[in-house]
Write a protein that binds this ligand. Sequence first.
Ligand code: NAP
Length: 551
Amino acid sequence: MRAVCDDSSACVAYSCGVTFIAVAIPVSRTDAVSRALESAQIAKSQGADLVEWRVDTLAEDPSGSATLIRLVQESPLPCIVTLRTESEGGAFSGSDDERIEMWRAACAAVPPPAYIDIELATYHRRVPMGDSARDIARFSSGSKLDAPRIILSFHDFHGRPAGLSSRVAEMWSDPGSAIAKVVWMARTPRDNIEAFELLASRAKPTIALCMGEHGLMSRILAPKFGGFLTYARMDDHGTAPGQPTTEELLRDWGFRSINRSTKVYGILAYPASHSRSPEIHNRWFLAANVNARLFAISVAPLWESFKATMLELFGHEPLDFCGAAVSMPHKENALRFVEESGGVIDQSTQRIGAANTIGRAADGRLFARNTDVDGVVEVLSSAMRSSGGDGDLRGKRVAILGAGGAARAAAFGVANRGASVVIANRTASKATQIAEEFAVACGDAPALDVTAKAMSALAKERFDVIVNCTSVGMEGGSAEGQNPLPEGVVLDERSVVMDAVYAPAQTALLRHASQRGAKCVGGWEMLIAQAAHQFEAWTGSRPPTDAAPAR
Ligand code: NAP
């Protein structure tokens, strides 16, 4: 693959649909060159195609020009030379003449750099920076064919820039530049869609990327929309927020196999960045050869925000958005959205009143499902079997702690299998409400055996199964390290105790229960089990569960 692009005919690889991976490596001083070259060698061995030498402050070093020549000449990958100005997020604060001098040095290297990046704002300065850059490139050390091309760029680290499309149109219409590049800080998932729209209507090779947590989709899906390149970081920080590493791009995201047909899924939550769902589903998609990727999408905890995001994602046809996993606090919104769109909701999900999965049925209508129910029941049955029972929940006494979304799903799931359920919650009225709802028949679905009790009333009782569906014990939560089970609840080797909390793996509740001989099962097993049902709802087949990530 040749990682350069002639502005008249576009390079072979690019025209074949390859989106390059460029690793940005800052080099601030002469004594950092050897390390930087080693990093570029590592980037190459990891699969990067280009290196961007970010030499913003190198001009301040007395041997800056000579150092830049060495960097370019010894670069193990075709390179981009960039001296990013402070006004666009870089550290270059010198004069135009100093910058021109550095470009001249870079272009004296044999071979010269593949690209010089220059900001649109600088290009149009009174000193004809654009002309200088083009002249230097033209009279570089290389043959005409190898002369550096100009990347005309624009960056906004604060948000979507005003006049975005007119700036990009200006870059496209400039005959002196080969590639247009626009990068801005995403505020919502909508920004990615705008980047994809720019790529789809490009008049020349274009880089359109969004920064920050919300912008990851634009970086990963650049090949789907024909982006010229995506950036990867070498260290913890990278040169812009949100850059993945080359290894993450290639191993975790299967970047090389993303193409126009790649389908897109999301995990919608608030916040979503901590979710393990992208890791789980993307591993399964790759292992099962399903051309799809799932992204974490943080959506503010309001119905209006959820609805607007869903409409944007499902509404932008070229994105091929096919479904969503939904977590706190949007599970009720998920049900409402599918209901309002005239979609299909199965009876259990309707009765639980919350959905964690949205997908598209064969007839094009959306469907909503609650796979937490399947997850809880499956994991409990298997724990009961492995402790010598038959795994049948019928007639078992089950205590559910909590009265949020997970508790609703668990209470419904086990009661629907014939268990007798006691539900207890810090806010007792919420437990009572669930018990009252489930205790009446609903259509042809029978009344369920669910009663509410005060937490303290559980003391001295014995249950076959106890399920914690509160967030007590959760890492980083307000009750981290605490045990939600009231003192005195009887536990022995016939008890099964499950904690929906999956981080940490060993919660205070599970420690307490295992010390008393109970069979313990953690939230990770439930997470994998419910995710497997999501995968099946979307793709029609079970996932290769042995490809699931380690806890
Ligand atoms: P939710 O709807 O927000 O409900 C939270 C529940 O926790 C409520 O019952 C709340 O009681 C209770 N709670 C919170 N802080 C408490 C405290 N300090 N003391 C006592 N009770 C407290 O959340 P959810 O969706 O049901 O999720 C609950 C937990 O299950 C979370 O840790 C979540 O990560 C986990 N979960 C795991 C899976 C999985 O697959 N493993 C799936 C879903 C959920 P009040 O009503 O009194 O506020």
